[in-house]
Design a protein around this ligand. Structure first.
Ligand code: FMN
Length: 399
């Protein structure tokens, strides 16, 4: 199992003699499945060439302001957003002092200031610099702010002294970094997910569809990726950008979605059916656009195949999670569906009157055979992370 599969690590390198060891750290992080981008302080580039990190990480190295610029001057914010975790190794005494002060005079400190994610530092310095009251105080404040302090280690130093202040060895840091992630519950898991509405053709121009925006499904795909899963997303027509680390297959109708799911499902451990699949489709769609007539028209509908029930009925079925969007009696309908369709878990929510579809916030209750858990109304992104944690726990308990 690759412990850092799908993880994005932004490695900051500051001006310490230990900077050369970070080259090995990049190699070890990549080996564990991480995507690594390196940001160097100006001083760090005097200790080791950016080219070394570029070759090992397979990505351009950032140091000057311009390096992160995408043309709109906002590249530093983009980089901070990109990272699942920021690790500064080595962290010089001066860098730690700047971080403590909230300074933003260079790219690396700015990234740290612009991040609301996890930050860790691996200090590296002479023993007396480490023992200095100023450094001690800086570290105490950083720790109090939730910044993780990795090390330092003890031993012989470049300056000839022996004591505390050495950067932890790359092998040790490569073991510590995966522990910075709170999730990882789906590491090594292959997860198939459907999202969005379906379109059922009436004629060449018209279709039947529903109010699903795909936001909940896409948020779940993102949360599953963050939890370490290898995600395949089968998407109905939505106006959302693809989660960058998912394999996305686009479909239109429920029939197409059924076929796509059935051809992918065998390779997956978990299936989440978040799409709002039409139960019925026009029985006789016309290839031509239907012309307006003088009298009313009856639209005959025929039933679509039930995707989630078909998956749950497979002999080697994946851990199967369904959705129930109900306008009333949510629990009764959800439990009925859970049992009838042979699902492992069902996520149920109330829809209609500004709830559920099309909006950014949602509340949800997860039901399983002998329990349930209510998740309070919050953003779909936060909700998705909570749901993935529950899905991961139940999947692990059964597998
Ligand atoms: C040869 C040499 C080695 C150095 N090693 C360290 C070190 O291990 N730790 C440290 O905190 N500073 C060390 N320094 C001092 C820093 O490079 C200096 O404080 C610099 O301003 C840090 O800049 P930065 O934090 O922007 O990278 C060293 C300086 C030199 C010339």
């Amino acid at each position: 199992m690759l412990e850092l599969a799908n993880k994005r690590v932004l490695l900051g390198v500051s001006g310490s003699i230990a900077a050369y060891k970070s080259a090995e750290l990049v190699r070890l992080l990549c080996k564990q499945g991480a995507q690594v981008r390196v940001v160097m302080t100006a001083t760090a580039t005097e200790f080791i060439q950016p080219l070394t990190f570029q070759a090992l990480s397979g990505n351009v190295v950032y140091s000057a302001w311009d390096d992160a610029d995408r043309g709109d001057g906002m590249g530093h914010i983009e980089l901070a957003r990109w990272a699942d975790v920021i690790v500064i190794a080595p962290a010089s005494a001066d860098f730690l002092a700047r971080l403590r002060q909230g300074m933003a005079g260079d790219l690396l400190t700015t990234l740290c200031l612009a991040s609301d994610g996890t930050i860790a530092v691996a200090p590296a310095m002479n023993r007396l610099m480490w023992e200095n009251a100023a450094t001690k105080e800086n570290l105490a404040v950083l720790k109090q702010r939730g910044i993780h302090i990795l090390g330092p280690g003890t031993g012989g130093q470049a300056c000839g002294e022996v004591g505390l202040g050495r950067m932890l060895e790359p092998e040790q840091l490569a073991r510590d970094i995966p522990t910075l992630f709170s999730t990882g519950i789906l590491s090594g898991t292959k997860l198939l997910l459907t999202a969005g509405p379906t379109r059922e053709p009436i004629d060449a121009m018209r279709f039947l569809s529903n109010r699903s925006s795909g936001k909940m499904g896409y948020a779940l795909a993102q949360a599953a990726i963050e939890a370490g899963a290898d995600v395949t997303l089968i998407s109905g027509p939505v106006a959302l950008p693809s989660p960058s680390r998912a394999k996305r297959l686009n479909v239109n109708s429920a029939d197409e979605m059924y076929d796509a799911v059935m051809s992918e499902v065998a390779a997956n451990d978990v299936f989440i059916s978040a799409a709002a699949v039409a139960d019925y489709r026009p029985a006789n769609p016309s290839k031509e656009k239907v012309k307006r007539k003088d009298d009313n028209v009856d639209l005959a509908l025929t039933q679509n195949r039930d995707i989630v029930a078909s998956v749950a009925a497979l002999p080697n079925k994946p851990f199967t999670v369904g959705f129930a969007a109900e306008t009333s009696d949510v629990e009764v309908h959800a439990r009925g569906k859970l049992e009838r369709k042979g699902l492992d878990l069902i996520a149920a929510n109330q829809v209609g009157e500004g709830q559920g579809a099309e909006v950014d916030d949602n509340a949800m209750t997860m039901y399983w055979a002998d329990g349930s858990q209510h998740l309070e109304k919050t953003t779909k992104n936060k909700l998705a992370r909570q749901m993935v944690a529950i899905i991961g726990e139940h999947y692990r308990a059964e597998s």
